[in-house]
Design a protein around this ligand. Structure first.
Ligand SMILES: [Zn+2]
Length: 500
């Protein structure tokens, strides 16, 4: 039987007849200095196989020792996700053969995870969805294979493969949700919002750099469909290693359209892992999971059990930083912004930038205006994140201050920001160098007004006759003559003084 499908059911139609149930397994590489069971560094991007030792290469006779910082980070994550922390648990061997796993087993946790039964409240479209957390456990990462010579980068068609063991043994936390049901057509959005907000939480906890593009945060996305009103859930598929927030959303969406097509045709969904393809937004079949693989788990005999004392867990709980949800609520109250404005800032990744700009002296309204306006446009144009623009919150606050004291108007402020972005220097320097300051000296403005009147006697005659909408034409000339550096209100006053 084919696991693919001849046609996809359009999304709206699919969710009108089927109820999606999703689940997410998120792998997070911890930002410890050394690996999980040895002293090798975890630095990203070192030359291949330069951060390895007998332990992480699985050489006979080597013995692992658990990394205390990794256990502390995992407890920190569990507490922030409202989990219970096990008073006693063990590591387990997960046995399987794969070339990027040098020991032929992975040290993981099986039926005794360190953290269980928590939740994360996720905001979607202003509504809160509580996502249950099944477990948070600690394991070691595998190495990395590079398949060379094929068209797809996969092993099929490759001429040879290279293995880099630098990543083998880096502490890896897996956060597994309970099944998320009842979100209907919002399921793909909920999946994306959950991963986004989990990432923000992990970043606030300072346990990982959570860089999806470097693989330090990766997601397996489970999706199943059940006809609306049916009591039992459908068969789920598991889309592996989805590595961007957008892809998480697209993968769920595609699986809903594909599985609806199978069910409509009277076919069954096969339980299997699937690969997501960034270019087409589709998934294709991987390994079938119909016959559950037997990993022959057993307690890791080379490690002592993990038994964190309650006093240590209490200490970790007391040391948790302010978490994102609490921080957002505090900032929203401080800034006096609406839910919609906060959502906008959050989606643009601008919360920290606005916070820092306010700290540097701008008002919340000024700070959000520049970051969501001119600077968001520029980031979009350059295809970078706001935070990666070559301008600091302090510089934005300084430009705001120059607008507030009348040195710059909005148009000149945009030019000043452009100049700072172009690397021309600090705001005060570029205003001086480009001559951007507003002309506040009336005598210079009067000269420009008189020149405009002299150049357009017919327009001036209309204004003298009381046709005041003709003023705009003269104002345009004065603004052009002063290169936008005049205060339009003052120019208008001066023209009317001269002609009426
Ligand atoms: Zn090592």
């Amino acid at each position: 039987m084919t696991t693919e499908v001849a046609h996809l059911v359009p999304y709206d139609e699919a969710v009108s007849r089927y109820e999606p149930v999703i689940g997410l397994e998120t792998h997070v590489e911890l930002g410890t200095v050394t690996k999980m069971f040895c002293g090798c560094p975890t630095t990203f991007g070192l030359p291949p196989n330069s951060a390895v030792c007998p332990v992480c290469l699985g050489l006979p006779g080597s013995l692992p020792v658990a990394n205390r910082a990794a256990i502390e980070y995992t407890i920190r994550i569990g507490l922030a996700l409202n989990c219970s922390i096990a008073a006693w648990c063990r590591f387990a061997r997960k046995n399987y053969f794969y070339p990027d796993m040098p020991k032929n087993f992975q040290i993981s946790q099986y039926d005794e995870p360190l953290c269980t039964n928590g939740w994360l409240d996720v905001t979607v479209d202003g509504q809160s969805v509580r996502v249950g957390i099944e477990r948070v456990h600690l394991e070691e990462d595998t190495g990395k294979s590079l398949h060379v010579g094929g068209a797809t980068g996969r092993i099929h068609g490759a001429e040879y493969s290279l293995v880099d063991y630098n990543r083998a043994g880096i502490p890896l936390v897996e956060v597994v949700t309970k099944p998320i049901a009842g979100t209907g057509e919002l399921a793909p959005t909920v999946a994306r919002a959950y991963v986004t907000q989990l990432r923000d939480l992990l970043r606030a906890l300072r346990v990982s750099d959570v860089r999806m593009e470097e693989g330090s945060l990766r997601c397996d996305v489970n999706t199943s469909l059940t006809p609306r009103g049916a009591a039992e859930w459908g068969t789920r598929t598991e889309t592996k290693n989805v590595n961007s927030l957008r892809s998480v959303e697209r993968a769920v969406r595609f699986e809903i359209e594909r599985q609806a097509g199978l069910l409509d045709a009277g076919l069954r969904v096969v339980q299997e892992t699937r690969h997501f393809h960034e270019d087409t937004g589709s998934t294709t079949a991987g390994r079938s999971k119909e016959e559950a693989q037997d990993y022959r788990y057993f307690p890791e005999p080379d490690l002592v059990p993990v038994a964190p004392p309650a006093s240590w867990v209490d200490e970790i709980l007391a040391s948790l930083p302010e978490l994102p949800a609490a921080r957002l609520a505090r900032l929203q109250a401080d800034w006096g912004l609406s839910d919609a404005d906060m959502t906008w800032l959050r989606n643009a990744g601008a919360i920290d930038l606005v916070d820092q700009t306010v700290a540097a002296g701008a008002s919340p309204a000024e700070a959000s205006k520049w970051w969501l306006g001119e600077l968001a446009r520029e980031a979009n144009k350059r295809g970078v994140e706001l935070a990666d623009l070559p301008i600091t919150p302090e510089q934005v606050a300084r430009v705001s201050a120059l607008v507030r004291d009348g040195t710059l108007n909005d148009k000149l402020a945009r030019q000043a920001l452009d100049a700072v972005l172009a690397g021309e220097g600090q705001p005060d320097d570029v205003v001086a160098a480009r001559g951007l300051a507003v002309v506040s000296d009336d005598s210079a403005l009067i000269a420009a007004v008189d020149a405009a009147i002299a150049a357009s006697p017919d327009v001036a005659a209309k204004i003298r006759d009381g046709k005041l909408n003709a003023v705009g034409a003269l104002m345009g000339q004065v603004m052009a003559a002063t290169k936008g550096r005049a205060d339009p209100q003052r120019v208008r006053e001066l023209i009317l003084q001269r002609l009426t």
